[in-house]
Design a protein. Structure first.
Length: 356
């Protein structure tokens, strides 16, 4: 890839109060854009001022949902350097999502190079406070104007940046979960293993219903038998049962989370047994009845670790770890965020530094 063309914003935006960032509410001065057509393939990326994009009303993404996205973060390290957390994993997963949605694959090294250039250009937007980071959202949409039901011949890849605080305002705090028994998030053979907008749209109704009942999120069961646990909200999920950590196996309907992979690697390095397998909601609640369910937590880029304090299934409600943050959930959160912030040794080689 040649030198990326950059068009700078003439008047930089006013930066938000770093104490009131929230999540995904503010956006930096620039974005990366790369276009595709069947005739030319992916063109060279360019960086332009952040702003609206123009779409034909018949753009295929608006009608058939051909879209994929990623979520990753950049962090200010303790000495002021900036680094990304495992960005190569995000690029690989995004191309896997592209394959499932029949979107042409892109050169992961070229796009990552563009992301590094974009973050470097907007490096003043990377917050350095506790529980803050620069959220990076790459996405691809089908832009061809056509109403035929087929794979599009034109696409646009865009990367936008957003300075963010903690995903949950209260920080790492146990949440209440409702086991969803009506709606399903995905089925094997569907798009559950891809990071595409339809998966998230399908979960909104159940999430709203759960919140109306006083729960923070839903625990998704498999779409066929509705008995095996898959994800919690939009996160992967882990359970510590009788000293063993269990997480649902990647069966084709579960997203292969990068934080999930990091957690498995870290737990095993601490000497814990981590098993990836089917686990039914009945088995989980039976473990709780026997006093064997020691911890439960979700993992994802946005919140990193989200402990589960209570869970309701049908007419039964259980409390986990006394309703408190479990030992390993806390240790995982502190260790991963410590690596991301440059406060702990990166012995796994997960951080990619951005040079000035």
């Amino acid at each position: 890839m040649g030198k990326i063309q950059i068009v700078r914003r003439e008047q930089p935006k006013t930066k938000p109060d770093p104490e009131k960032l929230g999540f995904g509410q503010y956006f930096t001065d620039h974005m990366l854009v790369m276009d595709y057509s069947a005739e030319t393939g992916w063109r060279e990326p360019e960086i332009v001022p952040y702003g609206p994009i123009s779409l034909d009303p018949s753009a295929m993404v608006l009608h058939y949902g051909q879209e994929v996205f990623e979520g990753m973060k950049a962090y200010t390290l303790g000495d002021g350097r900036i680094a990304l957390f495992r960005p190569d994993m995000n690029m690989k997963r995004m191309n896997r999502s592209c394959e499932r949605l029949s979107i042409p694959p892109f050169d992961p090294e070229a796009v990552l190079e563009g992301i590094v250039e974009l973050v470097s250009l907007d490096r003043d937007w990377v917050p350095d406070g506790d529980d803050t980071s620069l959220y990076i959202r790459p996405f691809i949409i089908a832009t061809e104007p056509c109403l035929g039901v087929r794979a599009a011949k034109e696409y646009k890849l865009i990367v936008i940046l957003s300075p963010v605080g903690s995903y949950y305002p209260e920080g790492i705090h146990p949440v209440s979960i409702y086991v969803e028994d009506q709606f399903v998030r995905a089925v094997r053979g569907g798009t559950g293993a891809a990071k595409t907008s339809g998966n998230y749209a399908a979960g909104i109704k159940a999430q709203e219903t759960a919140k109306e009942q006083g729960f923070s999120q839903v625990l998704w069961l498999d779409g066929v038998e509705k008995k095996y646990i898959e994800e919690v909200g939009s996160m992967n999920v882990f359970f510590k049962i009788g000293g063993e950590v269990v997480t649902p196996a990647l069966s084709g309907s579960i997203l292969a989370g990068i934080t999930r992979d990091s957690v498995i690697t870290m737990l095993r390095s601490w000497g814990l047994t981590v098993t990836e397998r089917k686990i039914s909601v009945e088995e989980l609640f039976e473990a709780a009845r026997k006093g064997l369910l020691e911890e439960a937590f979700g993992t994802g880029t946005a919140a990193v670790i989200s402990p589960i304090g209570t869970m309701k299934w049908e007419q039964e409600q259980i409390t986990i770890a006394g309703g408190n943050t479990g030992e390993y959930a806390k240790k995982l959160y502190d260790t991963i965020t410590g690596i991301q912030k440059g406060l702990l040794e990166d012995r796994f080689g997960w951080m990619k530094e951005i040079q000035e």
